[in-house]
Design a protein around this ligand. Structure first.
Ligand SMILES: C[S@@+](CC[C@H](N)C(=O)[O-])C[C@H]1O[C@@H](n2cnc3c(N)ncnc32)[C@H](O)[C@@H]1O
Length: 422
């Protein structure tokens, strides 16, 4: 039996199990060395396979369902999902089927299901042309879909699911000359000034990367700093700063930046990013809740959150999580807002932002902060390319993956600029 390409498929299968069974994120698994034994090509292929399978898992399950009398164990289902997604992305079916049969045959617990995997994947391969594309766009799991429908309505959530399935383009923030860099890199300048370039390129090999002329940053993630307007010479505290996308924006705009993060290894990445882009910031390894230097003109709080706004790029998230950690994150965000306000000078500004699609981590946080803090106000958002449809009732900016469909979407994000009483 030919099993060409087994190593990356086997690695992808282990990644799928780590995410769906153990609740681990791909970044944790890969960062922990899960693919380190593979060649660079196989590593990239394993990662691509895991990502495309997680993104399309709901569709694969729908295709598999008529061929399964009862649900096999999740690991076997993962092998079938992997095979289904590969077959319908144009891989030669016999090689895919052989590899998936071999994969389940390697584990004593699933060995007995080799025949089932073989038979089912052959049926999947024999489906009529176009069968895959006729299946619905993959849906979010109910634990996330239902609160999102409550917040945004079903048509909006369907639009977000389409954006998640389409994946994310590659966005960069340039130090200067967006039009020039767009031309050099074959991209386009988006209405808010971010440059969007074609995907599938080796980022570190592109012109301007080595020289630190730009960094990768989703267009939505670039907006909290843009919302501050002219910050030249201001004393700014970047709380929760790593890996430093916003730190670099602040420094590039001429602010004096202090960047705090609780994770020393992530802070190393801020250092590397600053070195590459030849910019400076004071880096502090600390818990933001105990950092107590006061008197800043601005505090930027990019708080830890559910990261549900980044599912286009991280399709593992809905499979690895179940929402049970979100309550603690919301409570931490509230504490961080209250503490951040104590670090501002009177009349100073706090930018609160999260890469979340849940109002509890955005709009509601700001509404409640306004109730808790007398004299706190929300500044009217203003920046290049701001669409009035993004403005929210309490005065913040809501960004969603289904926005800018004509350009290829954006991450889900929330931001508000709050002014402390003078
Ligand atoms: C959303 S990320 C920040 C992204 C970053 N601002 C950027 O633009 O690249 C959240 C960060 O918060 C950090 N973090 C979480 N809890 C923290 C705490 N209590 N104090 C300081 N940093 C914290 C995490 O280590 C993580 O790097």
């Amino acid at each position: 039996m030919s099993t060409t390409g087994l190593a990356p498929r086997l690695a992808a299968y282990h990644l799928l199990n780590a995410v769906t069974i153990d609740g681990r994120l791909l970044s944790e698994e890969i960062g922990g060395g899960a693919l380190s034994r593979l060649s660079p090509e196989d590593r990239a292929r394993a990662q691509r396979l895991a990502i495309s399978t997680l993104r399309a898992a709901d569709r694969a399950d729908r295709m598999l369902k008529p061929f399964l009398q009862k649900r096999p164990p999740l690991s076997v289902r993962n092998a079938m999902r992997l095979g289904t997604v590969e077959i319908w992305s144009g891989e030669a079916a016999h090689g895919v089927v052989n590899a998936c049969v071999e994969i389940v045959g390697r584990d004593k617990k699933t060995q007995s299901m080799k025949g089932l995997v073989n038979a089912v994947l052959r049926k999947v391969a024999a489906e009529r042309e176009g069968a895959w594309d006729r299946l619905p766009i993959p849906r979010l799991p109910d634990w996330l879909r239902l609160p999102m429908i409550e917040a945004w309505g079903k048509p909006a959530v369907t639009g977000m699911e389409a954006a998640h399935y389409a994946g994310a383009p590659l966005d960069i923030t340039v130090k200067s000359d967006a039009a020039g860099w767009a031309e050099k890199l074959g991209g386009q300048v988006l209405p808010t000034g971010t440059v969007r370039i074609p995907v599938g390129v080796q980022v570190s090999g592109l012109p301007g990367f080595e020289d630190g002329e730009w960094w990768v940053q989703d267009a939505a993630a670039a907006l909290p700093v843009k919302a501050l307007g002219n910050i030249e010479g201001l004393n700014i505290l970047d709380l929760c700063a790593a890996p430093g996308g916003k730190t670099m924006q602040l420094a590039a705009a001429g602010a004096k930046v202090t960047a705090v993060d609780i994770s020393p290894s992530r802070l190393d990445r801020v250092q590397e990013n600053l070195e590459r882009t030849k910019m400076k910031a004071d880096l502090i390894d600390a818990d933001a809740l105990v950092y107590d230097v006061e008197g800043f003109d601005v505090v930027l709080l990019d708080a830890p959150c559910s990261a549900t706004g980044t599912i286009r790029r991280h399709p593992d998230l809905p499979h690895a999580k179940d929402g049970s950690e979100f309550g603690d994150l919301i409570a931490l965000q509230t504490e961080l807002i209250d503490h951040a306000l104590t670090l501002l000078k009177p009349g100073g500004r706090l930018v609160f932002c999260t890469c979340s699609l849940l109002p509890d981590e955005g709009e509601v946080q700001v509404e409640e902060a306004l109730e808790r803090h007398e004299g706190l106000t929300v500044e009217k958002p203003e920046f290049e390319g701001l669409d009035p449809a993004w403005l929210t009732e309490e005065g913040g900016v809501r960004l969603r993956p289904d926005y800018w469909a004509e350009f290829g979407g954006m991450d889900g994000f929330y931001l508000a600029v709050l002014t402390k009483a003078a």
